[in-house]
Ligand binder design. Structure first.
Ligand SMILES: [Zn+2]
Ligand SMILES: [Zn+2]
Ligand SMILES: [Zn+2]
Ligand SMILES: [Zn+2]
Length: 365
């Protein structure tokens, strides 16, 4: 929590045509500046800018654990600079009209035009102060509400977040996707517009096919496992309200595959011991796996079902025996998540091109 204790905010839209006279007197980013940077999990982390690269619009950011990463400008939120309270942090203009006043975020101190903030700020002076009592910008609402395992579901912040999530802070149509629709060139995903890794705790909307961070969704009953695509999910933009989510049934081979994939990402190794690693993980996380019909399986049957799934699907799993290692070790031929089930709840759109990005599960290395 300490990483995210300092809430700041930044622009969500690049100015369409920046007016030179209205440009900020200082650059937006500079070396030594403390910022919040959005990571691929959708969460904000405190860091310090080490280098600014204007041509690529990235900064080298050093985080609290001393690691350094390049972060796109769109994912960096600088703190409000004193004296800039009278200038909109999106368009850098101070001109106002009766319908387009400047409103100041209670939390971070950044100022926005009503029209420049997404969604538009209805009326910051009266009831537009909204459920929080004072107006808070999108960035700050997300900074408070997003959590590992899923965002807040109840209370004023959850409500404010939902209303923000009905509008995306970026041009969805302008995103350039790979053929499998797993990654886009802009590295822009979710309601937050942050970077992401589709296989690392993200859900794909069955209507618009965009990917969403676990931390930004408010519909999950259990945290996601890495590579778990056994959900039918529809985002707030597509439903026009709260997200919808439904768990799809898993077969034993899917359970075994999911566990091996999750463990291989967590532990960064290939082979796992059935009795010492795979089975204990299954037992400890049995409820989180949301296995529907399989969830009533008694413990002794889980043992035999998982073991037989691992032994019988030689197209997916490789056993220690086959590579002259210890018997009882299992790994994935190729480290890919279990294939996505067909999305029965989808209605047209990009669902027709269900992601095909995974290499076939053969030992074709
Ligand atoms: Zn997000
Ligand atoms: Zn503005
Ligand atoms: Zn704010
Ligand atoms: Zn959607």
């Amino acid at each position: 929590a300490s990483l995210r204790s300092r809430l700041t905010s930044g622009p969500w839209k690049r100015p369409a045509a920046p007016v030179p006279s209205a440009a900020p007197s200082r650059p937006r980013f500079w070396e030594g500046q403390d910022v919040l940077a959005r990571w691929t999990d959708g969460l904000l982390y405190l860091g310090t800018i080490k280098k600014v690269d204007a041509s690529r619009q990235v900064c080298l950011v050093q985080f609290e654990d001393n690691s350094q990463f390049l972060v796109l400008w769109k994912d960096i939120n600088p703190a409000a600079v004193p004296g800039e309270e009278q200038i909109c942090c999106v368009c850098y203009s101070e001109s106002v009209s009766p319908e387009n006043q400047l409103v100041r975020c209670e939390k971070c101190g950044h100022t926005y035009h009503q029209e420049c903030h997404l969604p538009r700020v209805l009326d910051a002076s009266s009831d537009g102060a909204g459920v929080l009592g004072a107006w808070m910008c999108r960035q700050c609402v997300f900074a408070v509400a997003t959590k590992r395992g899923g965002a807040l579901k109840k209370g004023p912040y959850a409500k404010a977040m939902l209303s923000m999530k009905l509008v995306l802070p970026y041009q969805f149509k302008a995103l350039e996707w790979d053929p499998a629709h797993l990654t886009n060139r802009q590295q822009c995903y979710c309601y937050c517009g942050g970077p992401g890794e589709w296989n690392l705790k993200m859900l794909q909307c069955c209507s618009c096919a965009q990917w969403f961070h676990e931390a930004c969704t408010q519909c999950l009953s259990k945290p996601l496992l890495y590579g778990d695509r056994f959900y039918v999910f529809e985002c707030c933009v597509c439903t026009g309200g709260p997200e919808s989510v439904r768990r799809l049934p898993l077969r034993w081979v899917d359970v075994a595959h999911l566990i091996l994939y999750h463990l291989s990402i967590c532990c960064k190794k290939k082979y796992f011991d059935f009795e010492r690693e795979i089975l204990p993980f299954a037992s400890e996380n049995w409820d989180n796996l949301l296995l529907g019909e399989l969830s009533d399986t008694p413990k002794r049957d889980r043992y035999s079902q998982l073991l037989s799934a691992l032994s019988s699907h030689k197209d997916r799993f490789i056993s220690g025996k086959e590579i002259k290692k210890r018997k009882g070790l299992f790994g994935l031929h190729i480290r890919v998540p279990p294939p996505a089930p067909q999305c029965p709840g989808g209605h047209g759109g990009s669902t027709a091109q269900q992601p095909q990005g995974q290499p076939p599960l053969t030992d074709s290395r």
